[in-house]
Design a protein around this ligand. Sequence first.
Ligand code: SF4
Length: 391
Amino acid sequence: MTGLYFHIPFCARKCPYCDFYSVPFHKETVSRYVGAILRNITAHPITDKIDTVYFGGGTPSLLSPAQIGEILDACTGAYTLAEDTEITLEFNPTGRRDDYLKALRSAGVNRLSIGTQSFSDAQLRLLGRTHSAQDGLHAVEAAQTAGFVNISCDLMLATPEQSEEVLAQTLDVLAALPITHVSAYMLQIEEGTPLSQDTALLSRCPDDDATADRYLQAVHALAAAGFRQYEVSSFAKPGFKSRHNLKYWRCEPYLGIGAGAHSCCGESPLTGASQCAANGAKVGGEPPLAGAAQCAAGITRFCVPKDVQAFLDADRQPEELLDAHPLEREERLMLALRLTDGVPASALSDAARKQIPALLHAGYLRLNGAGIALTPKGFAVSNAVIAALIV
Ligand code: SF4
């Protein structure tokens, strides 16, 4: 089955650490943007069943529930949606928006990903976020009242002045909340962002060892609270893994609509021919790496330029080919190793297999049936461990 991703590249204010593509919110532009999304739904026929829809950004919660409902109605009209389609929206918790959440639930959204990041006001101020810890708590409470059962919270790690005690306080709050999922990300210092120029603030970030310690602290606390890790940054209560995000790591097809959106499916921007159905049927449901040959055939990775005006002006969004042959062995391996399911040893090269004993001994890997998977300690330094295994 195929996933749909809608990129909503508008933000009320730019966060100083963020290098995602977004432009300032402007009501009229957003309204035209929704119109362009609707045109593109018609312009991208997909015969494969859709089982996930994801509104990401930017700040998708700047769209009104009526606009979200319009997009979802267009999806229902143009595509075949599975009965239990997971429909996620990234929600910025700034201010109280109880009625907004109720209307969003009525519009059909059934999963919220709330950008809480921390439940420490001091931490949120250092990150330049516009919401408070109380806003985050209200958002979760209001989401539950609105009828959301599937609620994810973002947690940012390795932030300035994030001591063990500071992180423990946020982890305690997360453990007590009625949520089903946590996405725990390391703060990345991206070149060109205001944060990357702020040497005083950067000097207050944890070093590599402390970063690994904070990550392991989060893994252990979340496990104790019933969140099972299933990917390097993802933790879920049983039955609540993000089905949409799993598509990225399992190399299942998804189509992205919107300025800056990425896609990986059998639709070539060179031919414009929609082949998502054929390739989706081959890929869907296969375990990582098992379908490498079929998956690589006909699948392309492409993106929409980061240009809102170009997206607004076009009948069909402009698309640029990124990779005509993605998902070959190395990439599939790299993605699959992010998952706690790991990979079969037979998927590794002879040179990589020779590294396994040392990595097991160091505690970076564990045996998993006939294969291997990274341990939490391995995930804490995943770039180095994965690099050693994709030789
Ligand atoms: S972190 Fe989120 S809200 Fe902040 S600027 Fe980036 S996309 Fe916008």
